[in-house]
Design a protein around this ligand. Sequence first.
Ligand SMILES: [Mn+2]
Length: 320
Amino acid sequence: MNYIDVFNGDADGICSLIQLRNANPKNSELVTGIKRDIQLLKRVNAGPDNFISVLDISFEKNSVDVQRLLDQGATIVYYDHHRIGTPVRHSGLKTFIDDQSSTVCTGLLVDKQLDGGFRAWALVAAFGDNLNSVAMELGTTSGFKYESLILLKKLGIYINYNSYGDSLSDLFYHPKVLYQHLQQYVSPFDFIHENTLVYTTLEEGYMQDMAAAESSPYLYQSSESAIVSFNNEKWARRVSGVYINDLANQYPERAHATITENVDGTYKISIRSPLDKERSAVELAGKFETGGGRKSAAGINALPSESMNQFIDAFKAHFS
Ligand SMILES: [Mn+2]
């Protein structure tokens, strides 16, 4: 049997596979990418002698390739918490998917199957997916001290942060390489204490990028909404997603947008609706040609510069 491990490049994807491969060590081919790169099964070719493990990428977004790989005779096990879409039944496919619960992530689904055998890694996954209270509670009942949980939380944030960016060249570590560094440790605490080069690189990168984000200018700011403008630089592409979530947590009553210029002169816009109000971000984004997303988090991929004022006015009006 030849093993192929396909996983999202964020903390949840990476820490899910770490648990799986600590429990069941295999020499496998690794397929991963930046966080937004979720159609990973497209890149996989396999036959009857392949066993494919898929972690933390939407089944719905990969279902055509699931079907193709099953038709080619491969065996697939699928763990995920994003949208499942239409389920597929096939003797070669086993799924552990929960797209209903907001207190679950892929790392916790794997943890359940492994009876908590690598619980600390599951907690890193949960913290990375911003499931802070879930992770704190599970960590406390599992006997971890508060200070230890804070350490796992930091690691989750840093691994997750490493997966953002427009391309692999924006990242500090290719998620495959980061996985290979982390995988060598049964416990994340040992990784933190022993591989200080990788840990410090991520920590310092995160701190510097966040500081740069914090000193970026506001295009607009009121008690109801705020727009931050970023230069199109590596650090901004890495940190904008983490930073806008941070702003949303800090000012839950406010709507937020970040604007970053694309190489072609258009603008990429991220929008977060206020955490404590029922106002849809995707409804606003959908008014623009390349807009889309979810109720709480949406974006516009390529806003023409001449539409910028129109967007700012629409944003203010939508969230006032
Ligand atoms: Mn996840």
